[in-house]
Ligand binder design. Structure first.
Ligand SMILES: [Zn+2]
Ligand SMILES: [Zn+2]
Length: 286
């Protein structure tokens, strides 16, 4: 069965299956698993008509600036090139701990002022983008507006960063997504960190170790809290189902955003306490 890579079709399929398991590589049709989408055969058969109708009802717009994408170059047919070009990249030198751009005054120590104050439990963190402007808007669309199909384009930024800065991905044994609590996962229907992890792992031929690290306690939304409260809020919220799976391993822990780093630091401490050797954190933005 043939499916279609458009936001409108994602709208059709959303409740049926997680679209993030599908690789979107071209703006053309792609092959999908017939069994999983069988009740949408009608959408396929009437695709021409439906496509034309949807173009009128739901004109495809850039997920950042919302302008109509008809005839405009766009990344994955989702974000116009102009907005994509506005994504602010993190530039070296990077803090040896949190991965933010390091100001001159901290250069000698290799660690930024925040990380001097609160030491983090992972070995190093990296982020290709600065969490502001277009990046912030796109992460919001990805995470809170159900646009899981943005994961392909966003993960490319992380993959390109790994390649550009030659991160030691060859020494990583597994990619671990930062988990959501089951209640939040039910609300959101997908874990954005898992989607990013799957794309990254596939690119570098790594294993995704999902479902082992769990968030057994729901936590308050971190955005409402001050730095110290954030660390307290997530303290003791993670655990591992099977610690043997990470013992002696080098782990790449993946999430969408690193702000205070409280969440990834806490998750890393659980992995390390269970015997993980190196824990690097890779987030899309910081
Ligand atoms: Zn745009
Ligand atoms: Zn830092």
């Amino acid at each position: 069965m043939i499916g279609f890579q458009t936001e409108r079709y994602a709208f059709f399929y959303k409740s049926k299956a997680n679209l993030h398991t599908i690789e979107y590589t071209t703006p053309q049709a792609y092959l999908i698993d017939k069994d999983r989408f069988s009740c949408y055969d009608i959408a396929y058969m009437s695709s021409g008509i439906i496509n034309a109708l949807l173009d009128i009802i739901y004109p495809k717009t850039c997920l950042a600036c919302k302008r109509n994408l008809k005839g405009i170059a766009a990344v994955d047919n989702l974000v116009c090139r102009e907005c994509w070009g506005k994504i602010k990249r993190n530039l070296p030198p990077f803090c040896y701990s949190c991965g933010r751009h390091l100001e001159n005054s901290y250069l000698a120590k290799h660690i930024c002022g925040r990380c001097v104050k609160i030491p983090l439990r992972f070995d190093r963190a990296f982020s290709p983008c600065v969490y502001e402007g277009v990046t912030k808007d796109l992460i919001h669309e990805f995470k809170y507006k159900g646009k899981d199909y943005l994961g392909h384009a966003l993960s490319r930024l992380m993959i390109d960063f790994i390649k550009e800065y030659d991160l030691p991905i060859e020494y990583m044994d597994a990619v671990v997504p930062v988990p959501l609590h089951k209640t939040r996962l039910r609300e959101r229907e997908f874990n954005q960190a898992e989607i990013l992890s799957e794309h990254i792992a596939r690119e570098f031929g790594k294993e995704v170790l999902g479902g082992n690290l769990i968030r057994h306690r729901p936590t308050r939304t971190q955005t409402e809290l001050e730095t110290e409260e954030r660390f307290l809020n997530v303290s003791g919220s993670f655990s591992l189902k099977d610690s043997r799976a990470v013992r002696g391993k080098n782990i790449l822990l993946v999430d969408d955003v690193l702000t205070t780093a409280a969440t990834s630091s806490e998750a890393a401490s659980v992995l390390k306490n269970s015997g993980a050797q190196i824990v690097y954190v890779l987030t899309l933005a910081n």
